[in-house]
Design a binder for this molecule. Structure first.
Ligand code: AMP
Ligand code: GLY
Length: 426
């Protein structure tokens, strides 16, 4: 089978790495890809949201399946674009329809979905220009802290946790009246704050059946001890030590089953990943958010622990046969530690030569590329998150230690990585 994977980050390198191990694969193309995906297939210089060019490429190259890495093409409707065009409607898109992608693309849609289907989540109200004054009054009578969420996609920056009323009202005004996040914040979800520990659950569904992939936990803050600014993700571990059988069963019964049932009942056409951000409050799971794609950097630990053939899973997804699949998982722990550019998540420079990549020959380690670029004979930095180094170990701590020792071999000007990924579980 010829497959086109859309995206260009560490997540896509991990998906490409896993798909390239499949006997079912003939050719793998990645658009636009990065230096890492080029090791697993052929990069194609097309943006993941340029649907017309993607269509032409698929027709010209006999592509038989599209796998979508990031959310943007899904929220913009790539699934429907393919389905509605007779020239390409035979090519399955692994991902949800535009309506299904609203689970990520609209926080208000996701909250209403959870309420309808009795899925545990924080209490909320939604506001826009039409009920703005009511919103201000609501905020001022709400318990602190208060969570404000831009309804639409805001590149991971649309959630603001306010510790006092002055800040809450100011942010509310900025979001709705001053379009702080453009169209995305014309509507705002105001939510109660939940206190607990977070984890990520990954479900692959064909719209009727589902399988659960290895669980993971990511580390979003730039600084050790989860301090400082939010980033795209500084590391991840899998499995999650506190997600024991009892807790996972609660997640399945109270969240996963009703979510898949809700997708079916609401006729949200869906043939792809549902990433459920969970928070454990006391011993109960609540949904923090849905995403319609895999997580990054979680994919860099989930794919290495998944023993099943990924192309087989995608085929079963497209053919609505996921009920025939049994997921098999590597029992070892995996950890990924992300090396970022100096200054990230603020301003940073690109184009720094990366040294040492050719010296790594460890069997239990995989170096996934996130923001890298080929320049002449060398590889240079091309983004904030540059590399995600994944290792296996008998414990989380051993896996993290291994990735850190590999990162000691790699060098680029300004390189930074967190030394404490998985610290709660040492
Ligand atoms: P999101 O962009 O929806 O992933 O939210 C970003 C982060 O904000 C989450 O990973 C949580 O750490 C935090 N967050 C979101 N909603 C809540 C909530 N209701 N209570 C506490 N923290 C939250
Ligand atoms: N790691 C969180 C995300 O991919 O949204």
């Amino acid at each position: 089978m010829n497959i086109l994977l859309l995206g260009s980050g560490g997540r896509e390198h991990a998906l490409a790495w896993k798909m390239s191990q499949s006997n079912l694969l003939t050719k793998l193309f990645i658009a636009p890809g990065n230096t890492g995906t080029a090791l697993c297939g052929t990069n194609v210089n097309i943006a993941a949201t340029d649907f017309e060019s993607i269509k032409k490429f698929c027709v010209d190259n006999a592509v038989e399946m599209i796998v979508v890495g990031p959310e943007e093409p899904l929220v913009k409707g790539i699934y429907d674009f393919f389905k509605e065009d007779a020239a390409i409607s035979h090519i399955p898109v692994i991902g949800p329809s535009k309506k299904g992608a609203l689970l990520e693309g609209s926080k208000a849609f996701a909250k209403a979905f959870m309420q309808t289907h009795n899925i545990p989540s924080a209490a909320y109200r939604e506001f826009d220009e039409s009920n703005y004054e009511e919103g201000v009054a609501y905020l001022q009578s709400h318990a602190l802290p208060i969570v404000l969420k831009a309804d639409g996609l805001a590149a991971g920056k649309g959630v603001i946790i306010c510790q006092n009323y002055i800040e809450a009202v100011a942010e509310f005004e900025l979001m709705i009246q001053q379009s702080k996040f453009g169209e995305a914040s014309k509507k705002v979800v105001v939510e109660s704050f939940l206190s607990g520990i977070e984890m990520s659950v990954f479900v692959l569904t064909d719209g009727n059946h589902y399988v659960i992939l290895p669980d993971a936990k990511d580390y979003k803050r730039i600084g050790e001890g989860d301090k400082g600014l939010n980033t795209g993700g500084m590391g991840a571990i899998s499995p999650v030590p506190f997600a024991d059988k009892v807790f996972m069963q609660k997640i399945i019964d109270k969240i996963v089953e009703p979510t898949i049932e809700g997708i079916r009942k609401d006729k949200l056409e869906y043939a792809g990943f549902v990433f459920i951000g969970i928070i454990k409050v006391d011993d109960e799971p609540f949904v923090i958010e849905y995403n319609c794609r895999m997580g990054d950097p979680e994919t860099e630990v989930v794919m290495p622990r998944l023993k099943n053939d990924l192309v087989t899973l995608f085929e079963a997804t497209a053919q609505q046969k996921l009920n025939e699949i049994k997921i098999e998982t590597d029992p070892r722990s995996a950890a990924t530690v992300v090396a970022v550019s100096g200054g990230y998540p603020g301003e940073y420079e690109k184009g720094k030569p990366i040294e040492g990549l050719d010296l790594i020959q460890e069997e239990e380690t995989i170096v996934f590329h996130a923001g890298t670029k080929q320049q002449g004979d060398g590889i240079v930095t091309a983004g904030g998150r540059v590399l995600a180094v994944t290792s296996f170990g008998s414990t989380v701590q051993k896996a993290v230690e291994k990735s850190k020792s590999i990162l000691e071999i790699i060098e680029f000007d300004g390189m930074h990585f967190r030394k404490d990924i998985g610290y709660e579980f040492y």
